[in-house]
Design a protein around this ligand. Structure first.
Ligand code: ATP
Ligand code: MG
Length: 405
């Protein structure tokens, strides 16, 4: 039997809707895939007929191709990924490649052939190709049957200018847009369950994410910083996160706790966190902040308190989980792969100097009056300067040159 070159075809539909921006989006996805597929034997990735085609080195085995497809499917912007082969534009070759692809499609009963030709210089039309290749497959596999609507397996045949691509095993991708196509955001990243999911949601919509983590250090250990590093490494697998700023926050919380009425402490901590995150966003030239808040989940997440923290900053604050239940967030964290890490206990600034009964309906004028007793203006750049920065592999991110402030 002929050894065909293995390929992974990457399908994206949303990108297809972007009109003249399309090629920019495709290039972004191509670059992201190139970087994330470094550990795999990839020869080249090309744009072919409204898809990206990942060409694997001759002799690549099925297991490796399958692993590459699994990585591809998790990259934002990928709607579907198919494993298959490149072959000659010849009906016998295409049939042979289709049989080889079918053999690797797992257990199934029903199938159909979906052929497309990109160039009419190939004499056989797509309907005829469906017919001819379909009958040959039926003859070779009498135990399988053809089903036009919702078959178990669709055997794709794409004939382009100088080659044909044939595949059978397809898996759904995560969808969304390629990271780097929607700008840069700063995400408040705790070691909890919610904020990694919130970060991932923005990344899936094409934003490069920069994390800011407030550690209780030096009043607590640095354990939460290690968990956040583990979480960032999960996000790094799909090219979502560029860096994390770890901010020692414990001493400032202590000052706040000593100065403001106990019930206002949490609001003060959070307003200061937002301001520091905004300062880091300014330095990174990011366009928005992101949090993992969900309405009413805890005392600081009531409508009144959200308004009071939002008022601390000018940048828009995105809360992609605002209407999501905890159980739904947990399910997403499991899918993302961050849940186990987030379930470990580590004291961060959230557990430090907590009042017995925090305000649940803060009034902005009262908050501002209490805050006036604190040297916030001096603190914000000081805290941002003290942050430790850790970089992660993010193909879409270019570090900003320092500019005079
Ligand atoms: P999470 O599971 O994300 O920690 P949570 O349910 O514990 O959320 P809060 O502690 O009120 O809720 O935090 C709300 C949001 O504020 C978090 O989702 C995160 O975006 C931000 N945040 C909280 N603590 C920190 C921290 N230590 N460092 C950075 N951001 C934080
Ligand atoms: Mg938390």
């Amino acid at each position: 039997m002929t050894e065909f070159q293995r390929i992974c075809l990457v399908h994206y539909h949303e990108i297809g809707l972007k009109g003249h921006n399309r090629s920019t989006f495709e290039m972004r996805l191509l670059k992201n895939l190139e970087a994330l597929l470094k550990p795999f034997p990839v020869v080249v990735i090309h744009r072919i007929a409204g898809r990206l085609c990942v060409f694997l080195r001759e002799g690549t085995d099925w297991t490796t191709a399958k692993e590459a497809a699994d990585v591809i499917g998790k990259v934002p912007g990928v709607a579907r990924v198919s494993c298959g082969f490149k072959c000659e534009r010849d009906l016998d070759e295409m049939t042979e490649a289709a049989l080889a692809a079918m053999a690797e499609a797992g257990e199934f009963d029903t199938f159909k052939v979906a052929a497309r030709r990109n160039h009419t210089d190939f004499a056989t039309g797509s309907m005829d190709m469906n017919q001819i290749i379909g009958s040959a497959l039926c003859a070779a596999h009498p135990e399988k049957s053809v089903k036009m609507k919702k078959p178990d397996v669709t055997v794709g045949v794409e004939v382009v200018q100088n080659a044909a691509y044939v595949y059978a095993r397809s898996l759904p991708g995560v969808g969304g847009l390629p990271v780097g196509s929607s700008g840069l955001v700063v995400s408040l990243l705790s070691s909890g369950i919610d904020s990694p999911v919130a970060t991932w949601k923005l990344a899936r919509r094409g934003a490069v994410c920069i994390g800011v983590h407030f550690s209780g250090r030096p009043q607590t250990s640095d354990a939460s910083e290690y968990l956040v590093d583990d979480i960032a490494q999960v996000l790094e697998r799909t090219g979502c996160i560029a860096r994390v700023y770890a901010v020692p926050f414990g001493d400032y919380q202590r000052e706040i706790a000593l100065t403001v009425p106990p019930e206002l402490r949490v609001i003060m901590y959070r307003r200061l966190m937002f301001k520091v995150a905004e300062e880091i966003a300014r330095r990174e030239r990011a366009g928005a902040l992101v949090t993992g808040e969900s309405l009413g989940q805890v005392a600081s997440q009531t409508l009144d308190n959200i308004r009071c923290t939002d008022a601390a900053v000018d940048l828009p604050v995105f809360r992609p989980l605002i209407g999501t239940d905890k159980l739904e967030i947990i399910a997403e964290a499991e899918r993302l792969g961050s849940f186990e890490i987030s379930s470990q206990d580590a004291p961060d600034c959230c557990t430090l100097f907590m009042p017995r009964s925090p305000e649940t309906h803060a009034k902005l004028p009262v908050v501002l009056e209490a805050e006036a007793a604190l040297p916030i203006e001096r603190w914000v750049p000081e805290i941002a300067d003290a942050a430790e920065v850790r970089d992660y592999a993010c193909p879409a991110y270019k570090p900003k040159k320092k500019r005079a402030s």
